[in-house]
Write a protein that binds this ligand. Structure first.
Ligand SMILES: *[C@@H]1O[C@H](CO)[C@@H](O)[C@H](O)[C@H]1NC(C)=O
Ligand SMILES: *[C@@H]1O[C@H](CO)[C@@H](O)[C@H](O)[C@H]1NC(C)=O
Length: 361
């Protein structure tokens, strides 16, 4: 351990000197990530012994709710609704919610700063995201973890289209974060590609959880170790043509799954973490509604699978402005989750001030 530490020290010192010498003025993300990596794991190694003692002395199981977002109108109205339901769920019995931060990766403040606690971070340098904006997420987390003062020991990584439907306890433990298993994330069926980023010496690809970064509740110190690796893997996946093609819009989910496995971290898989209407029909004791799928029904209350329904709700109708207040309820027979979603939208939009005007582009 001591030897590794010294080598790490020397390396990061050299890297720092190299950076200072050659790139004071140039913004060199790649070497920043490497320095991040080294110094992060150093901190982790050094503080591990002490952390255990501290933990047994004080039990603070609250988690910080962190949602990454840009400042597009489409993201803004979703964040407003999400934050509204966070405020309602926070103090309910059974909730372990701490504070809330919208990590805004547009690089500048927007008009919601007074309504939603917000931490502004930089986007990736121009062109680096190759037009794939979610690559900004891991980089946003790295900056936030580094610069913000976060009281809670745990972090919930959430997304703007999440709504808290039941009070969410801390599902993580000190050593094992909790995540939602996605049926379409299949590391074992993509071994050839995964091996480019998770070489054989790390173990079987089944070590990689079928998850994305959200929703995940994770100890902050673990997140600090994983986040820089997550940036690195995201960029490498994007720049690798075969991987970019195979993983498409879910590559940044795979990147988190691989990055956490590279750090030897396994997640407790919690199916009750999240509901995805219209596929999940009953709210039960589940915690987050994720409204990413279109809900199309005919007037008999039957799902019309990919065809326009006579009653429909799809967040993508509202790319350029917020949805109207008082959306009509679905016809009888439509699943509970969809009805709840519409009611929760309506309650939030009825109570949020200047709903129609404040976030129009
Ligand atoms: C990822 O990290 C490796 C070394 O750890 C480095 O060689 C590589 O350039 C990094 N890639 C990116 C895109 O940051
Ligand atoms: C919402 O719309 C319904 C009709 O769809 C109407 O009966 C109701 O009064 C409206 N509520 C509000 C608060 O505007």
């Amino acid at each position: 351990m001591a030897v590794r530490k010294n080598i790490g020290h020397a390396k990061s010192l050299i890297l720092l000197l190299v950076m200072l010498g050659f790139s004071i003025a140039t913004y060199n993300l790649v070497s920043m990530i490497i320095v991040h990596n080294k110094s992060r794991s150093l901190v982790a190694v050094e503080s591990f012994g002490g952390r255990k003692v501290m933990e047994s002395a004080k039990s603070n199981s609250k988690y910080h709710v962190a949602v990454t977002s840009d400042s597009a109108v489409y993201s803004q109205w979703q964040c407003r609704i999400m934050h509204y339901w966070y405020k309602k769920a926070k103090d309910m019995p059974g909730s372990d919610m701490g504070k809330f931060t919208r990590i805004l990766h547009s690089g500048s403040a927007d008009q919601l700063m007074n309504e939603i606690p917000t931490f502004v971070v930089d986007p990736l340098p121009d062109g680096m995201d190759s037009g794939y904006i979610v690559l900004n997420r891991p980089w946003a987390f790295v900056q936030w973890l580094e610069k913000a003062d976060i009281e809670e020991e745990y972090i919930l990584m959430a997304e703007p289209d999440h709504i808290f439907v039941n009070p969410l306890p801390n599902l993580a433990s000190k050593t094992q974060p909790a995540a939602f298993p996605f049926f379409y994330i299949k590391p074992d069926e993509n071994e050839k590609i995964i091996r480019k980023f998770y070489p054989e010496e790390n173990g079987p690809v089944t070590n990689i959880d079928p998850i994305g970064n959200s929703p995940v509740i994770i100890q902050k110190s673990l997140m600090e170790e994983i986040a820089p690796t997550w940036v690195n893997i995201s960029l490498r996946m994007k720049y690798d043509k075969e991987t970019d093609k195979a993983f498409g819009w879910v590559q940044e989910m795979y990147a988190y799954a691989v990055a956490s496995a590279l750090h030897g971290v396994k997640h407790t898989l919690r199916k009750d973490f999240m509901l995805q209407p219209p596929w999940d029909e009953h709210v039960e004791k589940k915690f987050i509604i994720h409204y990413t799928y279109a809900c199309d029904y005919n007037l008999e209350g039957k799902l019309t699978h990919g065809e326009f329904g006579e009653w429909r709700f799809d967040k993508r109708f509202y790319l350029l402005g917020p949805p109207p207040r008082n959306i009509s309820l679905p016809p009888p027979g439509v699943p509970e989750t969809v009805v709840r979603l519409v009611k929760m939208f309506n309650e939030a939009t009825a109570n949020l001030p200047e709903w129609d005007s404040v976030n129009r582009s």
